[in-house]
Design a protein around this ligand. Structure first.
Ligand code: MV4
Length: 503
């Protein structure tokens, strides 16, 4: 096993990897940009190295800087986390060329699965169902129209180098085709430097269900079950859960086998995810693969008890998987709410600032994977995900009830967060029934503002002011005696208590 690794990332995922390393007695090296100098991942790691100004392309994306830190610190391996260089085959190749271990899949698997058209061809040849689509890129408008007529409108134009919805265009009819091709090709070229686009049959209101894979260097591949990821906003997952309310034992077996087949066909190693679309008749189709540790991996950890990051470290160091498919046991239900520094009352605009007070929920069945602490700075330079709140329950309903409690307890002031949005989802009748699709947010929260019960709100504010004023007067009197300023959180904490009924 490694004695020391570099974690080439920041925020909650860097903290997550550090925690796995600490439990395996692996020393950790981290990197930080100027604005991250006081970040939690820097504080928790054994060594931390400054790598430049805040912009990612001058810090976390600069391969040479990361390699230099790894060599300078005598790290044996690099964990890329997610985002940044995690799915960059050139980085994986460079790490290996420098005699270091890339904690992830081989560069060629990243390259193959990162090209949606090559991935579809390879996966389809392995016998895994894919969405009906073109085998080659669009050569002309007529080419596209004849294919669309063959499979039937609506169709979806996608970018071969795409992902996360970039370069996608839904085409409902022949007359929309020309403009859609132009737009998709332009966006593909500008986003990925690769203008190749192709067409798939558009599945109406599918579910997005993904399977977690673990594959060692000896050809052993298992799956750890599914994650329901349909609740997305602008192709960004917002809430994930396991198990999915539509996957029964038989379907889990068939989809799990397909995920393993896809991993085998692509020469996959390490933790990875095979994404599927599931239509209203429960037919599933391979969509794309994520060749990295995913944001939502803790959902699977909670229902299986398996530490996926530790398994990645073991695989990367050359160990065989220590368990077989039949050893995997699932228990209960888990839900993850991604906490973004975004304002749900202002079209989810990013929010930045100092976290002036902070309290994490805890108690039975709660897990918080966060990079936050009181006084830390949240900036606009990086992805707005600041924390992940997860719950586990013996049933889905218990997991939902715990999530409501945890969201109510989760206190973050100084920045706007998506906590109020998640609270409304947890109360949503269709969500509670498990009746969701990739159109859930659009249908349930579309143009409607997130509702605020203003009467209730005014009552609480009035009472808070009255009581706070009274307490402050009393407090200042005692504080004067004590001659010290209590942390803003302690004062806020008492106010917090006032949010419960019956104060
Ligand atoms: C699709 C699809 C329906 N039919 N492909 C591709 C990128 C990924 N993030 C979402 N993708 C989809 N591909 C076919 N043939 C539906 C999705 C999809 C989606 C599409 C539009 C808006 C939101 C979506 C959320 C999840 C999945």
């Amino acid at each position: 096993m490694f004695k020391k690794i570099l974690i080439a990332n920041r925020g909650e995922i860097a903290v997550r990897v550090i925690r796995a390393c600490k439990e395996m007695e692996i020393k950790t090296v981290t990197v930080f940009s100027e604005i991250d100098r006081k970040s939690l991942h820097v504080r928790l790691s054994d060594e931390a190295y400054f790598i430049g100004p805040p912009p990612s392309n001058q810090s976390y994306l600069v391969m040479e800087k990361l390699i230099n830190v790894a060599e300078k610190s005598n790290a044996e391996a690099i964990h890329p986390g997610y985002g940044f260089l995690a799915e960059n085959p050139q980085f994986a190749k460079l790490v290996e060329e420098k005699g270091l271990v890339f904690i992830g899949p081989p560069a060629k698997a990243i390259e193959l699965l990162g090209d949606k058209m090559r991935a579809r061809k390879t996966i389809s040849e392995s016998g895994v169902p894919i969405v009906p689509g073109m085998e080659n890129m669009i050569a002309s408008e007529n080419d596209a129209i004849s294919f669309a007529k063959e499979v039937g409108f609506p169709v979806l134009i996608k970018a071969a180098a795409g992902g996360g919805g970039k370069g996608m265009r839904i085409v409902e009819s022949e007359k929309q085709m020309k403009e859609a091709i132009r737009g998709a090709s332009f966006e593909a070229k500008s986003s990925f430097g690769d203008e190749r686009i192709y067409i798939e049959k558009y599945l109406e209101k599918p579910r997005h269900i993904e399977f977690q894979i673990l594959a060692d260097k000896f050809g052993n591949i298992i799956h750890l079950g599914e994650r329901e990821c349909s609740i997305q906003r602008r192709h960004q997952k917002v809430i994930e859960e396991s198990p999915s309310t539509v996957v029964d034992e038989d379907m889990r077996k068939r989809m799990g086998d397909a995920a393993i087949m896809a991993a085998k066909a692509s020469g996959y190693v390490s933790a990875g995810t095979m994404e599927f679309l599931v239509d209203k008749d429960k037919n599933f189709y391979f969509l794309e693969s994520n060749t990295r540790l995913q944001v939502e991996h803790p959902v699977t950890e909670l229902v299986t008890g398996i530490d996926i990051v530790k398994e990645q470290l073991k695989i990367a160091s050359g160990e065989k998987l220590s368990f077989k498919q039949e050893d995997v046991r699932w228990s209960g239900a888990s839900i993850e709410c991604r906490i973004y520094a975004e304002d749900p009352y202002n079209n989810f605009l990013p929010s930045a600032g100092i976290v002036s007070s902070y309290l994490e929920p805890s108690g039975p069945g709660i897990r918080v994977d966060s990079g936050l602490y009181e006084g830390c700075e949240v900036s606009l330079y990086y992805d707005p995900i600041i924390s992940k709140l997860l719950t586990w329950g013996s049933t889905r309903n218990e997991a939902i009830c715990r999530m409501k409690r945890a969201l109510q307890e989760y206190h973050i002031s100084g920045i706007a967060t998506t906590i109020p949005f998640h609270l409304q989802v947890m109360d949503n009748k269709k969500f509670i029934k498990g009746d969701i699709s990739t159109h859930f947010i659009q249908e349930e929260f579309g143009k409607k503002e997130i509702t605020v019960d203003h009467d209730e709100l005014y009552k609480v504010i009035a009472l808070l002011c009255a009581l706070t004023d009274f307490k402050e007067k009393k407090k200042i009197k005692t504080l004067k005696e004590k001659k010290f300023r209590e942390s803003p959180w302690k004062i806020e904490g008492r106010r917090m208590g006032l949010r419960r009924f019956g104060f």
